[in-house]
Unconditional design. Structure first.
Length: 274
C-alpha cells in the first residue's frame, strides 16, 4: 500500500471505554481489496483504473509478524495499451520493531523494475543498520529516530487511544533500493464501532471492535517539496484489520473495497509480551 501498508498490522489501546488491547491481540488474517479509480477525484490523465490488493498477516509479538502482500493495477491512459503494474512483497518484523527483513519485487508490464532484498536492525544507539543484498549489496545507516512499518502503525494507535489527532514520524519503507525513508503525518479521526457497511464475511469477526479513520501522508525525506508522494486513508481496527482504503497519488486516486476476509489460526503458544 505504502505500499500500504506495508498494509499495516497493529495493536494497542482502544478508546471509548474498552479494555486496552495488547500486541498479542493482533488478528492473523487474510484480506482482499478490489481497487478502482476514485470518481470523486478529477483526473485528466486516466480513462480508467482497476486493481487488487491481497494481504496476509501471521504471527504475534513473541514470534514476530510475517506479512505477505501483492498489489496489482491496470491503468488506462487512453493512449495505447493499458499499463499494468505488479508488486509482491514478503516481510518479517520483530515484535518490538528492533528488526525487519523483507523482499519486494515491482514489475511494469511484465518487466522487473526493482527487486529488493534487505534486512534492517536497530542498534544500541537507536540508529538502524540496513544490510542490502539486492539490488546493490551494501550496508547503510539510518540516523535518528526511524520507525519500522508495523511499529509505526502501533504508535498511531497509541496516539489514537490517547485522544490525539496528529502524529508525525520518520518511517523506514525500503522500497526501490532498500534505503527509502518517509516523513509521515498521520491524521486520526474519532473512534467508531459501526460495522453496518462492512463485508458480511468480516462482520462476525469485527463486530464490537473499535476502528479509527486514519489518513497518513508520506513525504520523501530527501526532498524539501511540501507535496506528499502519496496519501493513504483507511479505517484501522484495533485488531489489525483494515476495512476500506484509498490511495491518493496526487494526479489520481484508487479506492479499495474489502471483498474477501478470512481469520487465520493464532499461534498455539500464548504470547505474554506486551
Amino acid at each position: 500500500m505504502p505500499r500500504p501498508l506495508g498494509l499495516p498490522c497493529l495493536a494497542l489501546a482502544l478508546a471509548a471505554g474498552l479494555s486496552p488491547a495488547s500486541a498479542d491481540a493482533l488478528l492473523p488474517h487474510r484480506a482482499g481489496y478490489a481497487m478502482a479509480l476514485d470518481a470523486g477525484k478529477a483526473t485528466g490523465r486516466l480513462d480508467g483504473a482497476t486493481g487488487r490488493i491481497d494481504y496476509e498477516i501471521r504471527g504475534d509479538a513473541c514470534e514476530g509478524y510475517t506479512v505477505n502482500m501483492r498489489q496489482s493495477s491496470t491503468l488506462d491512459t487512453g493512449e495505447g495499451a493499458p499499463v499494468r503494474s505488479d508488486m509482491a512483497s514478503t516481510s518479517w518484523e520483530e515484535g518490538t520493531g528492533s528488526a525487519y527483513r523483507f523482499k519486494t519485487r515491482d514489475q511494469l508490464n511484465g518487466d522487473t523494475k526493482s527487486d529488493v532484498d534487505a534486512q534492517a536492525n536497530r542498534l544500541e544507539n537507536g540508529d538502524i543498520q540496513v544490510k542490502i543484498a539486492k539490488p546493490d549489496p551494501r550496508t547503510v545507516a539510518l540516523k535518528g529516530k526511524v520507525l519500522m512499518p508495523t511499529e509505526h502503525v502501533v504508535r498511531v494507535l497509541e496516539a489514537a487511544a490517547k485522544g490525539e489527532s496528529l502524529m508525525e514520524a520518520r518511517v523506514y519503507d525500503g522500497s526501490t533500493d532498500g534505503t527509502k525513508v518517509y516523513n509521515t503525518l498521520a491524521v486520526i479521526g474519532k473512534p467508531s464501532q459501526d460495522t453496518s457497511k462492512l463485508l458480511e464475511a468480516a462482520r462476525g469477526t469485527l463486530s464490537g471492535h473499535t476502528f479509527y479513520p486514519v489518513s497518513v501522508s508520506y513525504y520523501d525525506a530527501e526532498k524539501s517539496d511540501s507535496a506528499p508522494e502519496y496519501v493513504m486513508t483507511f479505517t484501522l481496527y484495533d485488531n489489525g484489520v483494515i476495512g476500506e482504503l484509498k490511495i491518493d497519488y496526487g494526479e489520481f486516486a484508487l479506492r479499495g473495497a474489502l471483498d474477501a476476509f478470512e481469520p487465520l489460526k493464532a499461534s498455539a503458544t500464548p504470547c505474554a509480551k506486551k
